[in-house]
Ligand binder design. Structure first.
Ligand code: K7E
Ligand code: CUA
Length: 641
């Protein structure tokens, strides 16, 4: 394609041999299959290997830096999305110790998420779904820095957005986005604060989607959505052309941008790959707010959320053509650029944010005048991260590499200067999607550690059958050269991560008794005349029975309770232990009932006592030397004949 890539090929003499030793056939195999369709666009660009390629041997001293001695704490919290496992995992960085799993869109056998009444209230109707697909976790901001209040995340599979409270590491709100299908890209307003949670709906559908226009894709559209991060209520939606993929917001609060593929609204794979250019859609947030304020919107079906028309030609959006089926979009941490990865083009497109005022004022002949540079990086660029020192790191899915490049030099090269913007290419194992550096979604990017979230691990770990773990590789980026230091196998399927300093998060070690997550349960008890901190009692209300008990290691407040066959039983347990780490559980044998009750927490769960007999309940979080003995009997009287 270009001289540049021929140059790489020359420098990479012998690279194929190296790969063959380390990775017999794998790169070639994936290259051959995954490039179907892409090679046409890439025009046979070389793999572009440079110095440092596959430099695992140089990793030793960096490996020491990653070692966190026993009993010492990590410097960062890393929040890893769990993909179609539906959860979030919390890692200590750099040790990569897994600290916690937060169930979100999935159900959790250990904590009772999806089974307890508290979690069902938060999930709403959607608790019936036991699956989710969590891609993009993001920590709330004040003035472009993470403020540690919340983590927000999308659910692609059931069109939801959830909020996790970072004082307790539990979900406290969830919203299903109306008129939309598949929330994919999700980012937050960075300034002045979060503020808006922006969420891309990916798939185009008829509006309303009630059976009309089934065979008329010309009438399918998708929506860009804004949710109020404080209340988690829908604020407004913007109708757009094409499929929205990934997005990001700027550091001023004025603009957001989304990659948009399928600009021809095709419904087949071949059709979606046809256009040589798709778009980055730029959203003018002020103008959208104005339109809503002025009543310049419609609503769809029985939803009352304002829908502003942002299709091509509207005042609230601009469509900047870029090559080709673009995917990731990441704002550079200096606030200068939206950088969109070409996926089927070997380029990334740098959109200069300080030109967007002029773009919206129609000062340019051609929307592409906002492109500051379009550096060619290698095959299959997907996502970009930053070190805060002017360098960007882009994953190359097809090349199985991370490319480190300099943004300023890329711009100078685009403007005709003879300067090399590529700094290093590093082999990763294998096929990276997102990458993510410490603090790299905030203006505080510190350029210490970079993670490459690789979709394939192939031969890096003990074999565990046909389903392989993914491989999240840690790279030291503190020096001039990237050094691979650690492999972390992960289960399905971290797409993205966000890494913040530990001092940016403050947690509670014991619940506050007046926590809103269980306030409705306390209100129910009060209506029953029950003080959950003191009373151990059974309230009958027709064929509904409410059982209130305390727990104090190693005792439940009730060692038995009596119900009738067929009763709907609600058990409310309040953990009166107030010592850190003294969690109890409540599990009824053979009833599918299990939940966590952490110190000073109230939890409740509802089930049907469908069979007569004796059923033991017990504590299933290890709490005491007499934990095994912490049990009681549910006595179910047979139905009268
Ligand atoms: Cu690239 Cu859903 Cu962020 Cu996956 S998306 S990789
Ligand atoms: Cu209480 Cu185990």
């Amino acid at each position: 394609m270009s001289d540049r890539n021929d140059e790489y090929k020359d420098k990479a003499t012998g690279a194929d041999d190296n790969q063959a030793i380390e990775n017999p056939g794998r790169r070639r195999f994936l290259g051959a299959t995954a490039t179907v369709g892409a090679l046409g666009a890439a025009g046979g660009t070389g793999t572009g290997l440079l110095l440092g390629s596959g430099s695992t041997a140089a990793a030793d001293d960096a490996g020491d830096a990653a070692h966190v001695p026993l009993g010492e704490l990590d410097e960062y919290y890393g929040f890893w999305s769990g993909g179609h496992s539906g959860e979030v995992r919390v890692f200590g960085v750099p040790s990569m110790r897994e600290l916690m799993r937060i169930p979100i869109f999935n159900h959790c056998s250990a904590s009772g998420w999806g089974m307890t009444n508290e979690s069902k209230r938060i999930m709403g109707d959607s608790y019936r779904f036991t699956n989710g697909d969590a891609h993009h976790p993001h920590v709330s901001y004040t003035d472009g820095s993470h403020d540690g209040r919340y983590l927000f995340i999308n659910d692609k599979s059931n069109t939801r957005v959830a909020r996790i409270r970072l004082d307790v590491f539990k979900v406290d709100k969830m919203v299903t986005v109306p008129n939309a299908q598949a929330i994919h890209g999700l980012r937050l307003q960075k300034a002045p604060r979060t503020g808006y949670v922006f969420a891309n709906a990916e798939y185009i559908i008829p509006h309303p989607n009630d059976g009309r226009d089934l065979d008329d894709p010309d009438n399918y559209w998708t929506l860009w959505n804004a949710i109020d991060g404080d209340t988690m209520e829908m604020k407004w939606q913007v109708l757009v052309d094409g499929n929205l993929d990934n997005m990001d917001a700027d550091y001023t609060g004025k603009y957001a941008a989304s990659t948009c593929y399928n600009s021809t609204k095709a419904v087949t794979l071949a059709g979606k790959m046809e256009p040589e250019r798709d778009w980055v859609v730029i959203f003018n947030i002020e103008r959208i707010e104005k339109a809503v304020e002025n009543g310049d919107y419609t609503t769809i079906g029985d939803s009352d959320v304002p829908v502003v028309d942002g299709r091509k030609g509207s005042a609230v959006t601009r469509y900047v053509p870029i090559p080709k089926n673009p995917h990731g979009l990441n704002t550079s941490t200096d606030g200068k650029y939206f950088i969109a990865a070409g996926k089927l083009s070997p380029t990334v497109s740098m959109i200069q944010i300080d030109k967007l005022d002029d773009l919206f004022d129609d000062k340019f002949e051609d929307e592409r005048e906002v492109i500051a540079a379009e550096p060619e990086l290698g095959l299959g660029p997907l996502h970009t991260s930053y070190d805060g020192r002017g360098n960007a790191y882009t994953t190359l899915f097809l090349d199985s590499q991370i490319v480190k490049w300099n943004m300023d030099k890329a711009v100078r090269h685009y403007n005709g200067e003879d300067v090399d913007y590529i700094i290093q290419k590093l082999d990763v194992h294998y096929q990276p999607g997102h990458n993510h550096a410490t603090l790299s979604e905030s203006k505080d990017a510190d350029g210490k550690w970079l993670f490459s979230l690789n979709k394939f691990s192939k031969d890096r770990f003990l074999p565990v059958g046909p389903l392989h773990p993914e491989n999240d590789q840690m790279i030291d980026i503190s020096g001039d050269e990237m050094k691979l230091v650690h492999d972390t196998p992960t289960f399905a399927e971290p797409h993205d991560a966000v890494i913040v300093r530990r001092d940016q998060i403050t947690t509670k070690q014991v619940w506050d008794r007046d926590d809103p997550i269980f306030a409705d349960t306390i209100a129910m008890a009060e209506a029953d005349g029950v003080d959950v901190e003191r009373d151990n009692t059974v309230i009958r209300d027709g064929d509904k029975v409410r059982v209130y008990m305390t727990s104090l290691a190693p005792n439940f407040g009730l060692s038995e309770f009596r119900v009738k066959q067929g009763d709907e039983v609600t058990v409310v347990v309040t953990n009166m232990d107030s010592i850190e780490d003294l969690t109890h559980g409540f599990c009824v044998i053979d009833h599918g009932v299990s939940m966590e009750i952490s110190p000073q927490q109230t939890s409740s769960i509802t089930f049907t006592a469908s069979k007569a007999g004796v059923y033991w309940y017990h504590c299933n979080w290890f709490c005491h030397a007499l934990h095994m003995e912490m049990a009681g009997r549910m006595l179910v009287e047979p139905k009268e004949a």
